[in-house]
Design a binder for this molecule. Structure first.
Ligand SMILES: [Ca+2]
Ligand SMILES: [Ca+2]
Length: 162
C-alpha cells in the first residue's frame, strides 16, 4: 500500500499544480489516464482487475474501449495478464509494467484540412519600364599630359669605341 499511497500523493500534487497552472484550459485528468485504472475512478484497486476479468468474460461491455485502454498495462492488448499485473501490484509484488503511471491520451485524429483551391489573387508586379535616369559619364577627352617616350627603351645605348 506504500506504493499506492505514494502514487496517490504524487497524483494529488500534480493535480494541484495543474489546477493552478492550466485551470482555464482543461479539467484535470480529462486528457490522461492512469495505467491499470481500468474502471477510471482514479485509483488502482481490486475493482480494476475485476473490471478486466468481467470484460474478458463478456459480462460487461466496453463501449468506449476505455477499460481496454486503461487496463492494458503492457501495451499488448487487454488480456488476463493485465488483471494479474494489477493484483500483483496491489499485493506489492514485483511488476514489470508501469501500473499507476499517468499517460496522456492519444490526440484525437483530425481530418486534414483541404488545401486551398482558390488561386492566389495577387498579380505579379510589373517590371519597371522607366529608363534609368543616370546618364553615362563621357569618356575623358583630354590627352595624357606625360610626354611620350622618344626612344625605344629596349634599344641599347650607343657607346663609341675609341
Ligand atoms: Ca480504478
Ligand atoms: Ca496487456
Amino acid at each position: 500500500m506504500k506504493k499506492l499511497l505514494a502514487v496517490l500523493l504524487a497524483t494529488a500534487a500534480l493535480a494541484s499544480v495543474f489546477a493552478v497552472s492550466f485551470h482555464a484550459e482543461s479539467s484535470a485528468g480529462a486528457d490522461s489516464y492512469m495505467v491499470g485504472d481500468a474502471d477510471g475512478d482514479g485509483a488502482i484497486t481490486i475493482m480494476d482487475a475485476t473490471a478486466i476479468q468481467r470484460l474478458l468474460a463478456g459480462f460487461i461491455e466496453d463501449s468506449d474501449s476505455m477499460i481496454a485502454l486503461r487496463g492494458d498495462s503492457d501495451g499488448n492488448g487487454l488480456d488476463i495478464m493485465d488483471a494479474t499485473a494489477i493484483q500483483r501490484y496491489l499485493a506489492e509484488l514485483t511488476v514489470s509494467v508501469p501500473i499507476g503511471t499517468i499517460v496522456e491520451l492519444p490526440a484525437p485524429t483530425v481530418e486534414p484540412t483541404d488545401a486551398p483551391t482558390e488561386a492566389t489573387t495577387i498579380a505579379p508586379t510589373d517590371a519597371p519600364t522607366e529608363a534609368p535616369t543616370d546618364v553615362p559619364t563621357d569618356a575623358p577627352t583630354q590627352a595624357p599630359t606625360s610626354p611620350m617616350p622618344t626612344s625605344d627603351p629596349n634599344e641599347l645605348p650607343f657607346i663609341p669605341v675609341g
